[in-house]
Structures are given as C-alpha cells and as structure tokens.
Design a protein around this ligand. Structure first.
Ligand code: NAD
Ligand code: AHE
Ligand code: ZN
Length: 375
C-alpha cells in the first residue's frame, strides 16, 4: 500500500512530507493506522544528527496511538479494530529481561530495532523509487500507517481520545514512571526536576501523585514556570539567574533539624551532561537518588567525584519510566480516563502532518510542551 509520511532524508534537514510504499505485515507483525503522534525531544535529537544510532532515510516518531487494520500470520493477541499504543520498549514476556522481574528493557528485538529494521532484518517502508526507508525505535509514527511487531503494541480501551493518549506512548509514562517505578519516591519527600518540558512536567505530576512535600523545578526558560506550578511544582530556580544552582536547591531543603540539606530525589529531563552532574550533586548526602532521563548526544559523558557516590548518593537511569508496555500502558490510559492523571493542558499545539516541521520550531523556541500531529 501507499501512505503519507514525514521522512528524515538527512541529518539536520527538515522532514519531507511524501507518499511512501508500505509492505503489509509479515508473521508476528501488525499493520496500524496511526491516528495521532506527539513530537518528543528524542525525535529532534535523532533528526539533528546527535543520535549515534540515527539512520537516514528514516521515518521518525515514537509517541503514537492508532487502530489495528490487519494482522500477520500467527498474531493472536490483536485483531483489526483494536486501539493500540506503539511501544518503543516492547514486552515479549519471554526473554531473560522480561522474565527477570528486574527491568522493563525487553531484549527480544532490540538488535534489529536499533538497525531500523523489523525483527526479520528487513524494512517495510520504501520510497516510491524503491529506496528502502528505515524504521525508527520500532515505531515510525510520523507515517499515517506503520507496521509493528505484535509484542510492541499495547492494546488500550477504545473510547480514549487518540490525540491525548498518544502522549502515553512516551512522555507521560516516562515522567510518571521515573517517579513511581525507577525512583520509588515516598510520601513526604523532597525533589528537584531539571528541565520542565514534556518529560519534566510529567515527573512533576508523578511527584505530586507520590505525595512529595517540596518539588523544585529548574529551567532556563522562565515561561515554563506557570504550567509546572499547575502540575505541582512548589519552587522554581532559573540556573542562569543564580550563581550556583546546586547551592540554591540545597538551601531550599535545609531545616533546623537537617542543616545539611539536599533533595531526596532529583531527575534530569534535559539531556545535558553538566545538568546531570548538578542533579546528582544537589541530592542528599547518605541517601539521595538521582535519575537520568535525558538522552545525551553522541560522545557526551557524565562525570562526578566518586566521593559523591561514596557518600551515599545513587545515580540511576530510566528508559520509558521503567514501564512494561503491554502491561502498564493500558493502566496509564485508565488513569487518564478516570481523571487520575492530566494530559490535556500539556498538549499545547495541534498540527497536521504537513505542519510537522513547525512543531520542531516550537520545541526549539520553548513555546510548546507537546505538539501533536493528528492524521
Ligand atoms: P523538551 O524540549 O520538551 O524539554 C526540555 C526542557 O529542558 C526545556 O524546557 C528546556 O528549556 C530545558 N532545558 C534545556 N537545557 C537546560 C539546562 N541546561 N538547564 C535547565 N533546563 C534546561 O524535551 P522533552 O521532550 O521533555 O525531553 C527531555 C529529555 O528527555 C530529552 O533529552 C529527551 O530525549 C529525553 N527523553 C528520555 C526518555 C527516556 O525514556 N529516558 C523518554 C523521553 C524523552
Ligand atoms: N539511540 C540513543 C539512545 C536513545 C535512548 O536512550 N532512548 C531511550 C528512549 S528515549 C524516548 O524518548 C531508550 O528507551 N533507551 C533504551 C534503549 O534500548 O534504547 C543512543 O544514545 O544511542
Ligand atoms: Zn520520547
């Protein structure tokens, strides 16, 4: 079949909207009509050329929602008409990682996924002249139709709006999951969140759900304050307006009983390795836990004095908020439909596929939280 897609032809270039060929689903695969997709900073990271795994030409996008149109041979858990959210972290429930009970990082298809291919080592997308187009994060939601492995689709209730629940495909689950799955934040804690964009706001929302007492937001852009306060931020620091962001945060947590200060939990949602260091070092001596969410460019490395860890701080990372996609994503959709989590105010812009490059401009200008393309 043919479908319309925004194709990343070369690193650093705007996406090009075009008709592409899409082969039908092979064994274990599913054809999905994508109804809506969010633009995550990770798409921009790869588009820009900063991703060491970036491949071109490819169809980016990994934060989608849609409907199953056709299933390949052997598919048993999905049928045409089912509503689904694509999973860049699949859940096969059979590999060593899935069965470990210790991680959400299913390894069943990671190798081919990283090479922009379906599990059989081939691509379903091609240009009209036959040039192959790579898949992206196993999802490629910047196409109106895509083919995905069955294990990489979460079936969700069919009355949930696509233009909102697409955000559960990455940002919402990553932010809230980082708090509840990865950090395990307890009621009454203090926390600092670096980067108040599409991920950081969901960390804040998760911290409020977890019963955090003090939620300190950090961003270079003052305009991000207002929305963050609505989601539960209690204090704000703009690092460009203070001498030492770490000292500011530590001072905000000092009490007579605990004059040393430092947050119980900190989160990097910027992808900047210097910020990651600040996030670790503003956490409390003896027990502070700092979670890296941001994705850093090729070649970037983190550093700190080992003394920071010797004195009890813990540095952790999280992918997709530690969520097991097929099990947890339907629950996030239920929470949204029951009003337990908020999504609507964070979808600041709605675009057509033809306007997708404007979505990346809004991201760069700091004007959007999530821009969503509706097909
Ligand atoms: P975004 O562009 O919406 O938000 C980033 C925010 O960080 C912006 O508000 C920006 O002003 C702020 N910022 C940038 N540099 C800063 C600095 N030095 N100090 C303080 N604030 C700064 O991006 P997003 O979609 O929220 O993504 C955030 C990061 O999370 C990206 O690196 C993205 O690739 C990554 N990410 C990781 C996962 C995962 O599973 N680990 C999932 C989704 C996104
Ligand atoms: N390709 C990058 C790594 C990118 C990365 O870490 N991706 C996250 C999800 S970001 C979603 O917005 C992830 O899931 N990582 C686990 C994995 O297996 O990729 C690089 O640096 O090579
Ligand atoms: Zn993402």
């Amino acid at each position: 079949m043919r479908t319309r897609a925004a194709v990343a032809l070369e690193a650093g270039k705007p996406l090009e909207i075009m008709e592409v060929n899409l082969e039908g689903p092979k064994a274990g695969e599913v054809l999905v009509e994508i109804k809506a997709t969010g633009l995550c900073h990770t798409d921009e990271f790869t588009r820009s050329g900063a991703d060491p795994e970036g491949l071109f030409p490819s169809i980016l996008g990994h934060e989608g929602a849609g409907v199953v149109l056709e299933v390949g041979e052997g598919v048993t858990t999905l049928k045409p008409g089912d509503h689904v959210i694509p999973l860049y972290t699949p859940e096969c429930r059979e590999c060593a990682s899935c069965l470990s009970g210790k991680t959400n990082l299913c390894t069943a298809i990671r190798n081919t996924q990283g090479q922009g291919l379906m599990p059989d080592g081939t691509t379903r997308f091609s240009m009209l002249d036959g040039t192959p187009i790579y898949h992206y994060m196993g999802c490629s939601t910047f196409a109106n139709h895509t083919v995905m492995p069955e294990i990489a689709l979460a079936k969700v209730r069919d009355d949930a709006p696509f233009d909102k629940i697409c955000y559960i495909g990455c940002g919402v689950t990553t932010g809230i999951g980082a708090v509840i799955n990865t950090a395990g934040v307890e009621i009454g804690s203090t926390a600092a969140v670096f980067g108040l964009g599409g991920i950081g706001l969901n960390v804040i929302q998760g911290l409020r759900m977890a019963g955090c007492d003090k939620i300190i937001g950090v961003d270079l852009n003052d305009d991000k304050q207002e929305m963050a306060r609505k989601f539960g931020m209690t204090h704000f620091v703009n690092p460009s307006k203070v001498d030492d962001v770490k000292a500011e945060i530590i001072n905000l947590t000092k009490t007579d009983f605990d004059p040393m200060g430092g947050v119980d939990y900190s989160f990097d949602a910027t992808g900047n390795v210097k910020v990651m260091r600040d996030a670790l070092e503003c956490s409390h001596r003896g027990w502070g836990v700092s979670v890296i969410i941001g994705v850093a460019p090729a070649g970037a490395e983190i550093s700190t004095r080992p003394f920071q860890l010797v004195t009890g701080r813990v540095w952790k990372g999280t992918a997709f908020g530690g969520a097991k996609g097929r099990t947890d994503v339907p629950k996030f959709v239920e929470w949204y439909m029951d009003g337990k989590i908020e999504i609507d105010p964070m979808i600041t812009h709605k675009l057509t596929l033809d306007e997708i490059n404007h979505g990346f401009e809004l991201m760069h200008e700091g004007k959007s939280i999530r821009a969503v393309v509706e097909y």
